[in-house]
Write a protein that binds this ligand. Structure first.
Ligand SMILES: [Zn+2]
Length: 349
């Protein structure tokens, strides 16, 4: 049985877009005894270098720290709150959920989201956030201000000890966990590359940190870890991105194409080590790989996605075997990324 206490800690941290402080602290604390250098971009993304004396191609493993959530947009005279959405949250999913509100000074409150409108056609403006206050003054006395943040209140758990892990922020704390576990497992090992873990901010509001952090670091190779909603073999929607069938290598998404030689290299490593992977297309969205790929003169990048259930909800679920498969794959890939492989990735230079 694997110890998932670090993942639970990451998942339970309060960190919607632009308010990633709690996650950043866990990432930095975990890396303090592992990474040689930790720097930041201007928006707060973490750029951690494993070994400052390393040679070889600069490899950045990237995951975003932020989760979907809300900002308090308005405080009504009757003490009810209106919210602004951070990321793609379906108002129907948000209705009747319990939220955790965090104030500027770190106080946390429970908020209940409800609506008196029918669920069909529900919009974010139909939702009320209730903190138990009866007036604007009572909300002010609690220290809650316009601009404070809220996230789903669910705590990390293992679904009936099945190895199916559930949390509000699995998107993308599972990616952060993979990045941290990779760094921990590679510390002190001879590597043919210069390895970085980049934990980005503001992915859910337009893949912002994926641009600013990669712009600052300018790596040679980018591997972006993220999640996407799994399909079902029986749903008729295809056989790609099946839950529990291994990590998915993204051939193309709405913004970026997976770098073809890199896609093939990672596929070959998976095959060589008997790691089950799937090839995938993200029709509806993108990841940090979009902006990362277009930094400078262009960077070889690939998104590796874990299939999840109930994405952007209080209960996003991932299968631990998919996570372990992804970790093994990353460990094998970074031990093979040397100058020769880099030359294969950029055959036109
Ligand atoms: Zn994500």
């Amino acid at each position: 049985m694997k110890d998932f206490s670090l993942l639970a800690q990451l998942n339970d941290a309060h960190g919607p877009s632009g308010r990633e402080d709690e996650v950043r602290k866990i990432v930095c604390d975990t890396l303090s005894s592992v990474a040689d250098e930790i720097t930041f971009d201007g928006l707060g993304s973490v750029i951690a270098r494993l070994n400052r004396n390393a040679h070889g191609p600069k490899v950045a493993v990237v995951a975003h720290m932020d989760e979907v959530g809300f900002l308090i947009r308005e405080i009504r005279p009757d003490g009810l709150l209106k919210v602004f959405k951070l990321g793609g949250i379906d108002p129907v999913v948000a209705a009747n959920s319990e939220l955790e509100i965090k104030t500027r000074f770190g106080q946390k409150y429970t908020g209940l989201m409800w609506s008196n409108q029918p669920l069909s056609g529900l919009t974010i403006d139909d939702l009320w956030l209730d903190v138990g206050a009866n007036s604007q003054e009572e909300v002010a006395e609690m220290g809650i201000e316009i601009g404070d943040s809220a996230v789903f209140a669910t705590r990390h758990f293992d679904l009936n000890n099945s190895g199916n892990l559930v949390a509000k922020a699995m998107d993308d704390r599972i990616g952060c966990w993979l990045g941290l576990e990779l760094m921990k497992s590679m510390a002190g090992q001879p590597l043919p590359c210069d390895l970085y873990f980049v934990a980005t901010v503001q992915e859910e509001v337009g893949t912002k940190g994926g641009k600013t952090a990669i712009e600052q670091l300018r790596p040679d190779i980018v591997l972006v870890l993220d999640v996407a909603t799994a399909k079902h073999a029986t749903s008729g929607s295809g056989t790609q991105r099946l839950y529990g069938h291994g990590p998915c290598l993204v051939v193309a998404d709405k913004i970026a194409l997976g770098h073809y030689p890199l896609l093939n290299l990672v596929s070959d490593v998976a095959k060589e080590h008997g790691i089950q992977v799937q090839r995938d297309f993200l029709a509806g969205g993108g990841t940090d790989n979009g902006p990362a790929t277009l930094v400078g003169g262009g960077i070889a990048g690939l998104a590796i996605i874990l299939p999840v259930r109930n994405c952007h909800s209080p209960y996003t679920q991932v299968n631990q075997n998919d996570a372990f498969g992804c970790l093994t794959l990353l460990q094998q890939v970074v031990t093979q990324l040397d100058e020769m492989q880099k030359a294969h990735l950029y055959p036109y230079y």
